[in-house]
Design a protein. Structure first.
Lengths: 374, 349
């Protein structure tokens, strides 16, 4: 079996799916790309059993055939070759692969393609369409708040709930919660799934920056994403997601509105002086002045800044993990944000002051107890 | 308290008085938790394997420990302490540090207070106690061993350094068998030897504790008497009557140990982020395997994690002891709530 393909065109396709390949896979064959040629079309598959990605590229080939090609060595070869057509010659009996370029010849040991795990196909799926931009936004707005606690698998993914009028994406790590809702995605069939973080991270880096349509299909065990010439299949997290709606307070009436970038900048500076394990910063709201301070008693470090804000409510002092706040503020695009409090030991809410079109975002963060409150 | 567990047994059962007695283990198996002074004369020591103890003292009587009873007596004794000061730091069931610098009876002499406490323990509980008096915890602890049993000793500030210089290194409180062994490799056999080494050398060899060693040999120990010791870990373990020979027995034993740990967790209300599995083989080598998580481990996850740790590497049979413990405790109940990151309270999750 033999085929010819442009080195850079092939590299581009491989790079798009290479993130799936793990360094220490469950089965060694998963260190390979699966190459399948049918009528001049090369389909490349990478998988870690949980997540699989496929892409297609046209090649010059006289016959059909399959081979598993070691991913790392192939990627590195292509990265270091100047753009040119390269010829792959595969020995069907020994699975040996020879790549010839203008620069020379490279021989590597492939594996039998039939040993590569079968990738599940779509059955009984619910389908929903969205644009890559919308999907990217939904991922970027939630993924940072997922947990990496293997003991609570439900929290290691993003929960997606589809209804007839909207789609809700939720992530929580037990300390904070992000609820991102879009009214431009909907499905007549109500459904909810939990998509694992790894798959979403891969999507995040692979979704094209130009706006292309994405088809998402899912059944009870897998989700399928289809865009441009790329397909991704991931196993869903089969767990119950925590009842998040009930923990979102409805009576947080102590509101502060502030310039997001100013607030975030101040928070980043103050955080440098905070305790290295708790990252605790103190927000003191008095009238229309917000005082942000932190101290690290172990090193005798302390810092203090004052910002003006719009404030509607009683004076309040509340502590938060600065890292959480910075991360959350960084994921909002609005110029101003509103923070809604009730008490120093109750959840605080952050919402953008002006909503984006079709989207609604709510962030919840639990405080860090202040020593003068308990 | 002198030979605490054994003395309690003799107190409750007069027939045992004057007899060589070991609490814990039996002739074949286990370790001696406490030995009566009569047994100590034969060379029986606590933590000695009971087999060896029985060899040293053929008429040794083995008694099953009754921890609830010891705890009860321990509380009676503690109640006496609190008549003198609230600054009581329990070190174990039968030992405690008391700061009597300022005391409730208004007596400036620690020696007289110690005498009085020992007299009351004898009268009210019926047991002998020993006391050590000095100007810091480290020296007081060492002093308490000087005139055991049923005695007390004072290490005066002006004599502390000279006393420590002569003290064999393994008698230093906080220097165990292993550390003593290591010190001896550097030629450190007593306090004077230890004094010859620089702070730099000691920290290089012993890490942070090196600073501690450097200080204590100079009679410096700044640790206050802390009324509530902060718990750092919680565990349950079992030495088996017969070595475990296969995985099935091992798992059955672990289920029991985990159940015990769950009970203890429920009682103390602690939450930990690290779980450690301890395996002692029949050649007494100990292996520990642990796993840490970002969030606290829930009790229903304990067994599952223990199994993962068990399968993490092969176990070499036979196994003599198994233990399971949690550490990296998040919010010990006696710690202040301040600076604590609050969690979202999800229902049924």
């Amino acid at each position: 079996m033999k085929f010819i393909v442009s080195s850079s065109a092939l590299l581009k396709q491989l790079s798009a799916i290479n993130g799936v390949v793990t360094t220490n896979p469950v089965v060694p064959i998963l260190e390979n790309f699966l190459f399948e040629i049918k009528e001049g079309k090369l389909t490349i598959t990478a998988s870690d059993l949980q997540t699989s990605m496929m892409t297609e590229i046209d090649v010059e080939a006289k016959e059909d055939g399959n081979i598993a090609v070691p991913a790392k060595i192939l990627m590195e070869t292509l990265k270091n070759l100047p753009e040119q057509p390269v010829t792959f010659s595969i020995d069907r009996d020994t699975y040996s692969i020879e790549i010839s370029s203008d620069n020379g010849r490279y021989k590597l040991a492939g594996e039998n393609a039939t040993d590569f795990p079968k990738i599940p196909t779509v059955t009984n799926a619910t389908a929903v369409d969205m644009s890559s931009e919308v999907l990217s936004n939904a991922i970027n707005n939630t993924i940072f708040a997922t947990s990496n606690d293997e003991l609570r698998p439900a929290m290691t993914g993003v929960y997606v709930n589809l209804s007839a009028t909207n789609a809700t994406f939720v992530a929580t790590d037990g300390h904070r919660l992000i609820r991102y809702r879009r009214v431009d995605i909907a499905s007549p069939d109500a459904a909810s799934i939990i998509i694992p973080r790894k798959a979403l991270n891969l999507l995040k880096s692979t979704l094209p920056s130009d706006n292309v349509p994405v088809t998402v299909e899912f059944n009870s065990s897998n989700a399928y994403f289809n865009f441009s010439n790329i397909k991704m299949i991931c196993r869903l997290i089969d767990e119950r997601f925590p009842d998040y709606e009930n923990v979102i307070p409805v009576d947080n009436n102590n509101n502060m509105t502030i310039d997001r970038l100013e607030f975030m900048g101040s928070m980043k500076r103050i955080a440098i002086y905070a305790n290295k394990t708790t990252h605790q910063v103190r927000l003191k709201l008095a009238g229309s002045e917000l005082q942000i301070s932190a101290e690290d008693l172990d090193f005798s470090n302390e810092a203090n800044e004052r910002l003006s804000c719009e404030h509607d409510g009683e004076d309040i002092e509340i502590g938060f993990n600065a890292k959480f706040l910075v991360e959350m503020l960084n994921n909002i695009s609005a110029k101003e944000v509103t923070l809604k409090f009730s008490a120093p030991n109750r959840a605080g809410l952050i919402v953008p002051s002006d909503k984006g079109e079709n989207e609604d975002i709510l962030m919840l963060v639990m405080p860090v107890m202040l020593n003068n409150y308990v | 308290m002198d030979a605490f567990y054994a003395s309690v047994e003799q107190l409750d059962n007069p027939e045992l008085k004057g007899k060589a007695l070991a609490v814990g283990g039996n002739k074949e198996r286990g370790v001696v938790a406490a030995a009566s002074y009569e047994a100590r004369r034969f060379g029986v020591r606590s933590a000695m394997s009971s087999k060896l103890a029985a060899l040293k003292c053929p008429e040794l009587i083995f008694i099953k420990p009754r921890f609830d009873r010891y705890k009860e007596i321990s509380q009676q004794i503690r109640a006496i302490f609190f008549d003198y000061t609230d600054l009581v730091e329990p070190l174990s069931l039968d030992e405690a540090f008391l700061d009597v610098t300022i005391n409730k009876v208004g007596n400036p002499s620690a020696t007289i207070i110690a005498q009085d406490i020992r007299r009351r323990i004898k009268e009210e509980v019926g047991l002998n106690a020993s006391a050590g008096i000095s100007y810091n915890k480290f020296l007081a602890k060492i002093a308490s061993d000087l005139n055991k049993p049923n005695g007390q000793a004072v290490i005066h500030p002006s004599k502390a350094e000279a006393f420590l210089e002569k003290l064999p290194i393994e008698k230093f409180f906080g220097i165990g068998e292993k550390t003593a062994e290591k010190m001896k490799r550097f030629g450190i056999y007593n306090g004077l030897d230890l004094k010859q080494f620089s702070l730099q050398f000691l920290t290089k060899q012993f890490g942070k504790t090196g600073i501690h060693y450097y200080n204590i040999v100079r009679g410096i120990h700044m640790s206050e008497v802390k009324p509530n010791r902060i718990r750092k870990s919680l565990s349950a373990e079992n030495t088996f009557d017969h070595d475990l020979k296969d995985r099935k027995n091992l798992l059955e034993a672990l289920i029991k140990i985990v159940d015990e740990l769950k009970l203890r967790i429920a009682r103390t209300k602690v939450e930990g982020r690290t779980l450690t599995l301890k395996i002692k083989y029949n050649d007494f080598t100990v292996q520990t395997r642990s796993k840490s998580y970002d969030q606290t481990i829930r009790v229903e996850q304990l067994l599952e994690i223990v199994e993962t740790l068990l399968d993490q590497a092969p176990v070499i049979f036979p196994v003599r002891l198994l233990g399971v413990g949690i550490s990296n405790l998040n919010n010990p109940p006696n710690m202040p709530e301040e600076n604590k990151q609050l969690k979202i309270e999800y229902k049924n999750f």
